[in-house]
Write a protein that binds this ligand. Sequence first.
Ligand SMILES: NC(=O)c1ccc[n+]([C@@H]2O[C@H](COP(=O)([O-])OP(=O)(O)OC[C@H]3O[C@@H](n4cnc5c(N)ncnc54)[C@H](O)[C@@H]3O)[C@@H](O)[C@H]2O)c1
Length: 442
Amino acid sequence: MADKPFNVLMSRLNDHSARVSILGLGYVGLPLAVVFAEAGFKVVGIDPVAEKVAMINRGESYILDVPSEQVQRLVDKGLLRASTDFSELQFADAVSICVPTPLRKTGDPDLSFIVSATEALAPYMHSGMVIVLESSTYPGTTREMLLPRLESCCGLKVGEDFFLAFSPERVDPGRKDWTTYNTPKVVGGITPACCEVSATWYAQAVKTVVPVSSTEVAEMAKLLENTFRMINIGLVNELAIMCDRLGVDVWEVIEAAATKPFGFMKFTPGPGLGGHCIPIDPLYLSWKLKSLNYNARFIELASEINTNMPRFAVGKVQDALNDHGKPVKGSRILVLGAAYKADIDDIRESPALDVIGLLMKKGAQISYHDPYIRHIEHEYEGWHLSCVDNLVEAVREADCVVIVTNHSAYDYGMILENAQLIVDTRNALGKLAKNHPKVVKL
Ligand SMILES: NC(=O)c1ccc[n+]([C@@H]2O[C@H](COP(=O)([O-])OP(=O)(O)OC[C@H]3O[C@@H](n4cnc5c(N)ncnc54)[C@H](O)[C@@H]3O)[C@@H](O)[C@H]2O)c1
């Protein structure tokens, strides 16, 4: 009884002698690797990008939320290292898969990273191994995509010889109060034993584990969270459009509604959705539902409204310049903030790219500034820009400054003082801008 894979693995997880491997060292994988290493597990992160691997092994972080000093300390202690060599997986007892789940150009889910990571892992499967998928995906992925690939390669049986689960990552980059460590971790297994093993593993390193009855529940819980945000942002973006027609300040409306102590949750409008999660994950769900002959109408509608927000923001810039007797064509427009949200360095799906692209098409002379991003480029439109060096000068010279990302590092007083005209798509200027003739809000 004592040498059953379940018992051996449980004992190694409980005494932290289990060897951990994280597949994919990005925004999700690196913080997770660090959390397991902090708990005393020996962690090897595996990523095909040699530059990332070299940085980790030198004790350098490339993720803002993970300090280099922490990586250095864990590397020095021999608890954390990285590799491009997938054969390291033969030594792993516990593997977490944190690879990207983007959309194809057609808007369909692109599971190629999950498939390639699973296929890279399959040859090294051995008895007494636990595998947890963390990548956001549609319900059924773990059971339909991972399980057959892992079971067929080695003759091992899930729930007896190896253990498979899904545990969604909920990290909110840039956030200091809720981290990978203290954000409760939902875990759902293929079998009850899979759930128990995975929950035991995670409980060694994170504060709270929430076991659920299946991988599908865990997968769907993540999509509910992100769909909830996406639809509420869609609602408040439409409210911004409605308030614009009515001549009412949407920001004041939202602040007033938010004084209700119950039954209301504050969301704010903006120039569009960004990041690797909110604009994408709900579309995984609607895609899956289409295959079941169901049209996820809320998701489609919110997606349509959110997708049009960059155009709405550009309309505001056009109107603001027009009121100053200037056309967009030929005007110098400075975009402040390229990241998809405040205080992070992530440009993926950022609405700044759409806003800039649309303004360029209208003939504007665009420059941008972001304290965290030195260069930006648009893959399909083929343009690239470098961050301006002298912010004060750039603000003074612009016919219009467009605040796309409300980074807290900006000196908004300086921007207000020096700009000729400001379109503030995030209400970043807040009270500073009250009835200010230079400022146009979303
Ligand atoms: N970024 C977030 O805020 C966030 C939050 C919650 C959930 N998620 C989800 O987590 C998953 C990962 O997102 P991310 O933001 O960390 O992505 P990322 O692009 O930052 O990192 C993914 C990493 O995986 C590596 N990779 C690609 N193919 C691989 C393979 N076959 N084997 C091993 N590594 C491989 C890439 O080189 C990259 O370093 C996605 O499903 C995403 O939706 C992201």
